[in-house]
Design a protein around this ligand. Structure first.
Ligand SMILES: [Zn+2]
Length: 267
């Protein structure tokens, strides 16, 4: 009898612990530039544009070493500051590449991304939505206005059209990573579908603070997290200017500035 009670207690505790593990909140970490890590409630790990060792990240080497478990690598386009450490991460973790058909092919052909980790089930193109990780995550490929070439030893090659992602996590946030882009009016089609907008504000190669604020006004996310600024002197847009530009719409409360290396927990 005593044994039965103990067994029942054991199973109850195990079930409770499993539930607690399932209920873990999603997390978002910023590494600087456009590099983010997302941990899902089930403990799956996604990285987006993983240039972990960028000049704005003083702990880049250590952060890269600590990425030991990664399930998916999402790349918005083929520029070096977005591919970043993707190949190294893929090699050591076995992570699969989520990117457009053309970018997947270019990553394998020119950058040595492991071919078996760049498969049909993780690719798509704009307008396509794919279910990943047993349906815990869906990714919608959305366009961006930018360039899409990839640098190689022999010069630039075609690497597909640039884009962004709407990443929807079961029990977690819906995250719009804009990639590198200008403002475009079709962004407004995402209105009501975005919790966290990871928005480029650096200017020169992408939207600056004023156009980025216009994009936020169109989409109305729950939070707007500025990215792609301050990594190089040329990226002059600042969160202060972004906030000021948002104030014109009465939306400055939407900005959430993350520090490099900071992790947000989604509750
Ligand atoms: Zn770019």
């Amino acid at each position: 009898m005593k044994r039965l009670v103990l067994a029942a207690l054991f199973f109850t505790l195990t079930a409770l612990m499993a539930n607690a593990a399932l209920a873990a909140p999603a997390q978002l970490t910023w590494f600087g530039q456009s590099a983010f890590k997302v941990v899902t409630p089930n403990g799956k790990v996604l990285v987006v544009d993983p240039w972990i060792t960028n000049p704005a990240n003083p702990n880049g080497k250590k952060d890269l070493e600590e990425l030991q478990k990664v399930d998916l690598i999402l790349l918005t386009h083929g520029h070096g500051d977005h591919i970043g450490n993707a190949v190294e991460i893929a090699q050591k973790t076995g992570a699969k590449l989520v990117a457009t058909f053309d970018l997947q092919k270019a990553m394998v052909a020119y950058k040595g991304f492991p071919a078996k980790q760049a498969s049909f089930s993780e690719t798509g193109s704009f307008g396509g939505q794919i279910a990943l990780l047993d349906g815990e995550v869906t990714v919608l490929f959305v366009p961006a206005i930018h360039g899409g070439s990839m640098d190689t030893d022999k010069g630039p090659v075609y690497a597909g059209e640039p884009g962004g992602f709407l990443i929807s996590i079961k029990g977690g946030p819906r995250i719009y990573h804009t990639g590198d882009t200008d403002l475009f009016s079709d962004m407004s089609l995402l209105k009501g579908q975005v919790d966290l907008m990871l928005v480029c504000i650096g200017d020169k190669f992408t939207m600056g603070p004023i156009r980025a604020a216009q994009a936020v006004e169109m989409i109305r996310p729950k939070k707007a997290i500025p990215m792609h600024f301050g990594t190089f002197p040329a990226l002059t847009g600042t969160p202060e200017e972004f906030k000021k530009a948002l104030r014109r719409y009465g939306l400055e409360f939407l900005m959430q500035q993350m520090k490099v290396g900071e992790t947000l927990t989604w509750k």
